[in-house]
Design a protein around this ligand. Sequence first.
Ligand code: LUB
Length: 213
Amino acid sequence: MATDSSSRGARATAPRHKDTGLKQERAVRTRGQVLDAAAEAFATKGFPAVTVLDVAELAGVTKGAVYFHFANKEALAQAVAEEFYHLLEVIKQDVQDSALSPLDAVRELLVRTALAFRDDTVVRAGARLQIERSLIGADLPMPYLGYTESLTSWFQQARDEGEVPADSDPGVTARVLVSAFFGAQHISWVLNDRADITDRIEEVLRTVVPRAG
Ligand code: LUB
């Protein structure tokens, strides 16, 4: 009857509603676990050697659960690389909000980035995926450009405020610093599994970014 079916409908709808919320929460959590596992796998083995089964096993879920969230290994790499740049963006925002002088902001950004390269699995994975980008059939974000832009604008400010010589070229300084950072973190990874990355980045900063006075 009408009453019957509408009340049944109401009862069926309410719990299902709640169910959907919980399911979504669980799905979001599972997606995060899979992403973390993929980062761990890519960081330690590199893209070519990783399988979707590796990621599933690391995450403690079925292969089907991985495929529910990601079409294939390329999509996993893409998502990890995007998360890598999201984390770098968060660091940059934080440094920007800290009201340091432009040159101190440059130093702070690169020291904090170095710590993330040493300690953060998604960041280590993202850096490795960028090195392997020609082997990955996905549209990974273009590396280096974001940092080059941020550093260029800080060096411009430093020049405007007389912290660096008026005839210095902010874009060139930024490119040299990004190149040196990239090289130093890579060498630290190969030779010392990044144990000495902050020392190497401090050396780069002492050499490339002038101290006032
Ligand atoms: C950074 C790397 C390694 C530049 O921006 C990037 O994409 C980077 C890897 O892709 O260094 C940090 C100055």
